[in-house]
Write a protein that binds this ligand. Structure first.
Ligand code: AKG
Length: 219
């Protein structure tokens, strides 16, 4: 893993919005619940964080950015994105708690870890995968707030085949993957030459079962 240190030199131009407190500004009124099949679903709240530009700038400043390495064809390669993480047990910064508290309350899970990803431009990406939290929980929720430029976020069955669902999250959108999503579906943020700038995703996770989730042993 390579430390990046100073604020990454990326830019995204958005509008600033402030004034309201967290409960007023983070409304679930626009939520769309979209089943993928009988066991998996996606919730989408367009523009969930109205002051997304300010949050993008703040996280760019405070997050402990790193560029991780990954083994590929027996060689260590740099992951094509920067990440900053607060793992289970670490105290989440207030900027993240402001998002995770209302989400914990709404979805009945104790959000206790956070990985923030920075796609610096259209060459940064993450390949098809499912999140490893599936090894611990039967039906984990993975809750993602997207800031900055819109990028494709695609889903297909874990068994392969064509893309079944396409989103273009950015600018404060919330996407929640639920049910058996991490067991039966894969997601990706592919490279995109036409990306209009940097995108940041704040991915929030829980390590214990919640109101409607169960342990892996139960599957
Ligand atoms: O950036 C995203 O929206 C997806 C990130 C992701 O899938 C991951 O970090 O595991």
């Amino acid at each position: 893993m390579e430390g990046v240190g100073a604020r990454p030199d990326v830019h995204w131009q958005g509008s600033l919005f402030d004034g309201l407190d967290a409960r007023e500004r983070l409304s679930f009124d626009g939520l769309r619940h979209e089943p993928l099949d009988e066991r998996s679903w996606i919730d989408v709240v367009p523009g969930w964080v109205p002051d997304h530009a300010a949050l993008f700038d703040r996280l760019l400043e405070i997050a402990p950015w790193q560029q991780r390495t990954r083994e590929m064809w027996e060689r260590e390669v740099l992951e094509p994105r920067l990440v900053a993480s607060w793992s289970t047990g670490a105290e989440l910064p207030p900027e993240v708690r402001e998002l995770s508290d209302p989400l914990s309350e709404r979805y009945g899970v104790a959000i206790d870890s956070c990985l923030v990803n920075l796609y610096r431009d259209g060459s940064d990406a993450v390949a098809w995968h499912a999140d490893t939290v599936r090894k611990v929980l039967r039906d984990p929720l993975v809750l993602t707030v997207s800031l900055g430029a819109r990028r494709s976020f695609l889903l297909r069955p874990a068994t392969g085949g064509p893309v079944v669902r396409r989103y273009a999250p950015g600018e404060g959108d919330l996407i929640v993957m639920g049910g058996a999503c991490q067991h039966e579906w894969h997601h990706t943020v592919p490279r995109e030459r036409s990306a209009s700038g940097a995108r940041m995703s704040i991915t929030l996770r829980h390590s214990r079962p919640g109101r409607s989730t169960a342990t892996a042993a139960a599957r």
